[in-house]
Design a protein around this ligand. Structure first.
Ligand code: SF4
Length: 357
């Protein structure tokens, strides 16, 4: 069994696929699949986290992690919710009192949930609020999955897409992220197809190579690029010093992309840093051999930052330069900006859950 699976005395369904749950329930407690399989489905598919609602005798099986406390699962108890124009940011308080943030983004007919994978982050990107926190700890697989459970069954939103783009660098916590993906895609549980999940990275090449070798299939990849060359990238993203852009591109060129899919590239446009016409041309040259969709995001200023947002005119100008270079550019809106749920804004102090990247 994967090291990312918690070895508790009690079983935590959020950390386990259906088969892992059934197997462990039998090995540890002698419960057959006839009994344990419906319990798993009722929790993970139907969203029952009520101690009175699980087994046929109306009791909560004593070998399960207690899922309910004050009406919410203890793996992640939602303590705050803020709405802004359809975007919902919610704060989950973990069992050790730390807070993480997740964002629900309405997109066409499907709701996307942006989940956190760490409390804080050690990558230190200059434009990112989470980066200022430093890394406090990794989330385990169950704490990642619990964010989806909370969105679906706590907040009642039919989440169908999951992006690992919240607090933290997912590839810095890869075992737990991969286990969470396997739990989320289990058709006897959450049933979110892998093609609807995207892992976003600041460009950790070892992690990209490990993801590329997953034996049960590739996952969509987003890369937070944000610069046209190493000099600028290393200035705003320290991760680039050990993961330079040429090596990053080489890793992407060998990544097993699905047919007809593309990498999602994120480019946060920052006034006076990466917004010149020569930057657009260099970016286009860099991206030329890759199948990409570029999300162009206007920097969202955060309190205490010395970086500045581009004007709307500068944003449009940069976008038109890229389009002229035949780059497929998607506008990433400022949805959520007023509740600090836009890109780069998650991550208040862990004891003061207020904002997010
Ligand atoms: S942008 Fe992502 S990788 Fe960079 S500091 Fe923020 S959370 Fe970490």
């Amino acid at each position: 069994m994967n090291t990312a699976i918690r070895h508790n005395r009690l079983l935590d369904p959020f950390s386990l696929t259906h088969d892992q749950f059934v197997e462990t329930a039998f090995q540890r407690y002698g419960k057959t699949a006839h009994y344990s399989s419906p319990v798993y489905r009722r929790i993970m598919k139907d969203g029952i986290a009520d101690p009175g609602g699980l087994d046929t005798a109306g009791r909560f099986p004593e070998w399960l992690d207690p899922l309910a406390a004050d009406g919410g699962p203890v793996r992640g108890k939602v303590v705050k919710r803020v709405d802004d124009g359809g975007v919902v940011k919610f704060v989950t308080r973990l069992a050790d009192g730390l807070d993480i943030e997740s964002v629900i983004i309405p997109m066409h007919r499907r709701h996307t949930l942006c989940v956190s994978s760490q409390v804080g982050c050690r990558m230190g990107c200059r434009f990112c609020r989470t980066g200022k926190m430093g890394l406090i700890r990794n989330l385990d697989a169950g704490e990642i999955v619990a964010q989806v459970f909370a969105a679906r069954h706590g907040l009642g939103v039919d989440v169908r897409n999951v992006v690992f783009m919240g607090m933290g660098e997912p590839l810095d916590n890869l075992d737990n992220v991969v286990q969470a993906i396997r739990v989320l895609e289990d058709q006897r549980g959450m049933d979110i197809a892998r093609r609807y999940m995207t892992v976003s990275t600041a460009g950790l090449i070892d992690g990209i190579n490990r993801l590329a070798r997953l034996e049960d299939g590739p996952v969509n990849l987003a890369v937070s690029l944000n610069a046209p060359d190493d000099e600028i990238r290393s200035r705003i993203m320290p991760v680039n010093r050990n993961n330079p852009m040429a090596a990053l591109k080489a890793a992407l060129l060998t990544y097993p992309l699905r047919k007809k899919s593309a990498f999602f590239m994120e480019y946060v446009l920052i006034q006076g840093i990466n917004d010149r016409p020569e930057h657009a041309r260099a970016l286009a040259r860099y991206l030329a051999p890759l199948r990409v969709k570029l999300n162009l995001i206007a920097y969202n200023p955060t309190p205490g930052s010395d970086l500045h947002a581009p004007s709307p005119e500068a944003y449009e100008q940069f976008r038109s330069w890229l389009v002229a270079e035949k780059i497929f550019v998607r506008r990433r809106g400022e949805k959520g900006g007023s509740i600090m749920a836009a890109c780069g804004q998650l991550g208040g102090k862990p004891s003061q859950p207020t904002h997010t990247m």
